[in-house]
Design a protein around this ligand. Sequence first.
Ligand code: SF4
Length: 291
Amino acid sequence: MHVNSLLPEQRQQLATWLAYLREMGGMDFYRAAHEDYQASAQQEVTNSPASAEIAGSPSPADTIRPAPPEPPVSMTPKSAVLAPPAAIDYSSAAIPADQRIAALQAIQSEIGDCTRCPLAFEGRNKIVFGDGDPNAELLFVGEGPGADEDMQGLPFVGRGGHLLNNMIAAMGLRREQVYIANIVKCRPPKNRVPEPVEALTCSPFLFQQIGVVRPKLIVALGATAATYLTGSKAALSVLRGKIHDCMGTKLVVTYHPAYLLRDPRQKAEAWKDLQLAMRFLHLSPARPSQH
Ligand code: SF4
């Protein structure tokens, strides 16, 4: 089908998909998959509806580059042991779907004009509670608000948020269908990594939110989220690529969008993490409509 024969909304879908692939480094990933002839491992890639679109447009940069060193893990707490969050009792009745907004509002009211940790006094403008579908099956957790988020009071609305939106779209979902929150709800000055006392003081509110939403899967974005959700100080390379138990549900670890903006070469690796999450949730990647 020639692109000119597509309806305007189909062209828009196609443009979104290709833009995402470009941004996520998916073209690098797909081409390398063909060249490696690792058929079993790459079956999903070669069967992708997008592979035909991108196979004819390789660029000289279409290779998987060696991964640079991971982000330092010095951001994690210094103590050797970090207790993971308590598991949600999934045998207990979930909060009814039509009462979850109110349940989340109750948590937000409890937080109030919070001064429980030092970040309350470090120049924050707005507390960034969280955002999204209170009945979401997929819940993303980042580190903390940045400048844009601090001004708007919403998570992931800056450049990193734009990339996260593309990641979500690539998974065949809309941002409104997921829930998004952070380990800390106030912006650390100069976007520094939250101190353990800040993360450990604030994260129980996040855990309450997770208890209300009860997602099927959590995606930890970056080392800080991974550390406080799993209780493990292991490097991302150790935590990525597997499904973890977390709070009675499951968790996948990937890079933080801000890190991917700094090192776009890792977008292809992040796409592998998202594909793992998609397989778990039985999601199909976004694709242009054929009709
Ligand atoms: S980061 Fe969390 S605990 Fe600290 S002041 Fe903000 S809302 Fe309160």
